[in-house]
Design a protein around this ligand. Structure first.
Ligand SMILES: [Zn+2]
Ligand SMILES: [Zn+2]
Length: 141
């Protein structure tokens, strides 16, 4: 039995739960993520969308990403915490922003993506795999 993975936004009006481990954990240095993450890479866990339980009403912002996919980013309308994103290229998956996890130790990334978009001082871990732009889609584990 897998322990569930839980999280919430800063103000607590949105809570979520996944009852399975993530299929991937990555740090993303794309330009869009630098806006969302106050200048840093975003730390993301990817889960099957069907495994998400959500309490509270998120608001969405839809935009075209550097990869050419339509991205729907969900945030708390009260406190603005970035929580989720989904991509038109793989609508069955949801990306969770690791800052919202109750156990932030779970966010340790397995690799870095979009490193070509990082500023010159952008930190990556040279022991982990890194991809200069969009990696191949993740498969369900
Ligand atoms: Zn909130
Ligand atoms: Zn990104």
């Amino acid at each position: 039995m897998t322990e569930s993975i839980t999280g919430a936004c800063f103000c607590g009006s949105i809570r979520f739960r996944f009852n399975q481990p993530p299929v991937a954990k990555r740090a993303c240095w794309c330009r869009d993520c630098q806006y969302l993450s106050a200048g840093n890479a975003s730390i993301n866990l990817i889960f099957p969308l069907a495994s998400r339980e959500l309490e509270g009403e998120v608001r969405d912002y839809v935009s075209l990403s550097d990869s050419g996919n339509t991205m729907r980013r969900s945030f708390c309308p009260h406190c603005g915490t970035p929580l989720f994103s989904t991509s038109s290229s793989r609508p069955e998956m949801v990306v969770v922003r690791a800052g919202a996890l109750d156990d932030r130790e779970l966010g340790k990334p397995e690799g870095f993506i979009w490193t070509a978009s990082a500023p010159s001082w952008g930190l990556t871990d040279t022991d982990l795999p890194s991809c200069p732009n969009q990696p191949p889609p993740v498969a369900a584990r």
